[in-house]
Design a protein around this ligand. Sequence first.
Ligand code: HEM
Length: 441
Amino acid sequence: MSSLAGDPRTADSVELADFGLFDPAIQQCPHAYYAKMQHEAPVFETAMGDAPLYLITRYEDIVEVVRDTDTFSSEFDTSGYISSELAERMAQLYRSEGGYPRVRTMLTADPPAHTRFRRLISKAFTPKVIADLEPTIRDITVGLIEAMLAATSDGSSIDFVEAFAVPLPVTVIAKALNVPDDRLADFKRWSDASIAGIGTNISIEERLEAERDVIEYQKYFARQLELRETSPQDDLLTKLLHARIDRDQDGIEDSEVSDAPLNMAEMLSIIQQLLVAGNETTTKLLTETMRLLGEHPAQWQALQDDAARARAVVEEALRLSTPTQGMFRVVRKDTTVAGVEIPAGARVVVMYSAANRDPQVFDDPQSFCPERAGASSHLAFGRGIHFCVGAALSRLEGRVALEELSRRLSSFELDVANTYEYHPSFMLRGLKRLDLRLTGA
Ligand code: HEM
């Protein structure tokens, strides 16, 4: 077996007995383990806290699991495991600080509630709203590239994560949510706080600190939504406020799907999801795309020769990077996946990152090959009713970023000092920094 992109190891050189979900060394590059699981234990039992956790790694099994929403529920906590002490202290904090209740919306809801949320968001976050963001995305992109070139005019290198991949999606989603420029730094802090507990093992104190920022976020957006009650604007927040289900027009026959408009706690949860799901993931995608292009100079050259290749490069980078490596599901009734019995109450993780390198679906899956057939059948955005709400937006950001980078840089190199260290999380995977040497066109 060939070695895995970004990892000198092969599936043959690792042992599943050594696998640990929270092992920082393994989180640096888990692909060899996932490849081995696909081969030897496609439903791999591990543990999270005291509870068993089943990792599902084959493409075909994952598609089956996410389709069967009766058996595999999305009513999980994104942090996976909340001890009773943490739950109690969080409840106390929300009471004392006047935070809004945390409610389940899209990502952590099942039908029929999920159906209602998706219908309502589709009224606000429309393809037109997204397409209309293109000029804004281009402006922000060009500004960031010019700033990077100015900062490196003395020949120094620059951290692409900090200088480009973080500010681009944050600024775009902030613009979409009409957040003024002077609140951008707060906006980024709230976004970071919202994902602090996802797939990581941080302490209770750190988690509570993050929740304080989340409450600050809630208060800011609650005020903005209240203001739009009386002074509507042409923005996403106003659209969310006024989103209504029309049973006939929306073709909803299921009487269990409520047509109630969104209440404040629900709107806050939805905006938080847009912010969380949109920022970190796109940052990680942009960074990994540049790493891949740096490692494959012929692909960079081909992109410079023909910017129309940007779309395909983004798809292939999504497949290989899979910023959302996996997602939880809670098993509602005893079931079997790939011959393995999984009891009701257990949690599973559908490992999208493993599926995206499944040799049954992708030829030579470890290689970066934007021209491969069927590249967009990857599961980086999930599949089925929870398919990513922001897929079109992040694809657009990725494409515009590549078009402008390939036009405005004559060349770039990965700095030799790079250590390629990833954030320690088994769920959200991305480089901490990526130092580049840039030459302007
Ligand atoms: C490269 C960027 C992105 C990646 C890799 C990504 C990945 C994903 C994945 C894998 C899911 C499915 C989760 C599941 O199966 O339960 C998902 C759902 C979701 N994503 Fe994204 N996402 C990205 C960007 C965005 C953006 C830009 C937004 C919003 C502005 C967004 C909003 C959401 C929301 C709200 C959901 C929940 C949908 C539901 O449960 O019905 N994502 N995303």
